[in-house]
Ligand binder design. Structure first.
Ligand SMILES: Cc1ncc(COP(=O)(O)O)c(C=O)c1O
Length: 460
């Protein structure tokens, strides 16, 4: 058996006849589908999945999009000149007003927040949902106990329904609450991997995996005496599709960027983190096909996931669907806050967001290219790329750059970016990363570029 592991979305099936397989068996326990049996619908699905994943095959595309209210056609930033202050920007201003943290001043400067790939800021709607839960409904949820417990249970399940709708899952029972992407992948690697992986099986990953995908599968392979095989990337970071006739991506951050339909995508598993898409920290989602979840053993054990528990024998009767994987008192406010983030995103025109993100990406790439001594990692063209920019300065300084930018109120990330193998493939061991989201403006990109130029002068 060989597994191909990618994150968000990933899939268990036969890689010889499928594109964009994440977890794929090629020999052994599953019979491959014959190409003749590929239906027209199957082909449409493959085309959709290919297009979906193509968007994420560019290195450095970690998270981003640019925000716009429903009905707006999107801005048209020309590559080299910042956009005029038009209707779109006025709307962007009012979008930004909904994010209180964007009004912070840092080191005497207005905050320029370019670290959204690591964690986005939260709109007031999400903060209000969290506060309201704690003010009015806070209790350990229970459907048939006291009023607050019932309210909490209702909110928790309503939130699960909101996420299922958002992803077009077949039902709320396909949604498992986790702490985030990392826990979701660990859950699959431990539970599904523990049951299904065996000696000689192969797990195919890309060199561009984030640690949250690489390490759980490395450890799962070790436990099962399976083998990890690595798909390389091009010099500009795009996946080596010629090496494998599946088009795959490591990105976990599709969900923050544009609409994802798990049924249309045909994936078996999809993971995302709330805090990367306006939601609270410490909550995330694993969306999995019900029939696969039903064949996975529990991942953690405790209250709420087991029924009829006696001293002996150990329980065998577990909660249905995602609940089987949610031991202990749940993170209800996390789920409620995430549902509020989902509703906030649903109130925006996501097609327009994506269009604006492409414009912003094009503009930022052209501006970053102006900085002498700056090397952009990954594709330098905007095609199939999102608005996340990893780069190195000619003398290899990373932390100094992060600190110098911070002194000017500009928040970026630097270090190994939880992707050392990919950085090494690019010939470096650390990088700076500026990442945008719905509220990022072209003016903020200008401030970054000006600061980088100034910092370069200061040190030269
Ligand atoms: C590309 C990518 N994948 C996965 C993760 C893991 O997400 P989390 O830390 O929320 O579990 C991150 C977080 O930085 C990420 O950037």
């Amino acid at each position: 058996m060989r597994l191909q592991i990618y994150r968000n979305p990933f899939r268990i099936d036969d890689w010889r006849n499928r594109e964009a397989v994440l977890v794929s068996r090629v020999a052994g326990r599953h019979q491959p589908l014959s190409s003749k049996s590929a239906s027209r619908m199957g082909k449409a699905l493959e085309t959709y999945r290919r297009e979906f994943l193509q968007k994420f095959s560019g290195i450095g595309a970690l998270a981003a999009s640019a925000g716009i209210f429903r009905g707006d056609g999107g801005s048209t930033l020309s590559p080299n000149s910042p956009p005029a202050r038009n209707q779109t920007l006025a709307q962007l201003d009012s979008l930004r007003e909904q994010f209180p943290a964007l009004g912070e001043r840092v080191n005497g400067h207005p905050l320029v927040y370019l670290d959204s790939a690591a964690s986005t800021q939260r709109p007031r709607a999400v903060l209000d949902a969290l506060t309201s839960f704690y003010l009015h409904d806070n209790a350990n949820p229970a459907k048939s106990l006291h009023t607050l417990a019932r309210r909490s249970a209702t909110q928790y399940e309503k939130a699960r329904g909101a996420v299922a709708r958002f992803l077009n899952a077949r039902g709320p029972e396909e949604i498992v609450w986790t702490r985030g992407t990392t826990e979701a992948i660990n859950l699959v690697a431990s539970s599904w991997g523990g049951r299904n992986l065996g000696p000689g099986d192969e797990i195919i990953l890309t060199v561009s995996e984030h640690y949250s995908s690489l390490v759980p599968w490395q450890l799962a392979a070790k436990r099962a005496a399976a083998r990890v095989r690595i798909l390389d990337v091009e010099d500009d970071g795009r996946l080596r599709l010629d090496q494998l006739h599946t088009l795959l991506s490591e990105r976990t951050q599709s969900v923050p960027h544009f609409s994802v339909d798990v049924q249309e995508l045909g994936c078996d598993f999809l993971a995302f983190s709330g805090h990367k898409m306006l939601g609270p920290m410490g909550i995330g989602v694993l969306c999995a096909r019900r029939e696969i979840l039903d064949h996975m053993p529990p991942y953690q054990a405790g209250s709420n996931m087991a029924h009829d528990v006696e001293i002996e024998p150990a329980p065998t009767h577990f909660a249905e669907g995602g609940l089987k994987f949610e031991a202990g008192a749940p993170n209800v406010p996390g789920a409620v806050g995430l549902a509020a983030a989902v509703e906030f995103l649903e109130s925006l025109d996501r097609k327009a967001l994506w269009k604006r993100e492409q414009d912003l990406t094009r503009y930022a790439l052209s501006r970053l290219r102006e900085v002498k001594g700056l090397r952009i990692l990954g594709p330098t063209e905007s095609k199939d790329r999102i608005s996340v920019f990893s780069f190195v300065m000619e003398n290899g300084r990373t932390l100094e750059v992060v600190k110098a930018l911070d002194a000017m109120g500009i928040a970026v990330r630097g270090g190994d970016l939880a992707g050392l193998p990919l950085l090494k493939r690019m010939g470096v061991t650390e990088a700076v990363r500026a990442s945008c989201y719905a509220y990022t403006t072209a003016q903020e990109v200008d401030l970054l570029v000006a600061a980088l130029q100034e910092e370069r002068h200061g040190l030269s």
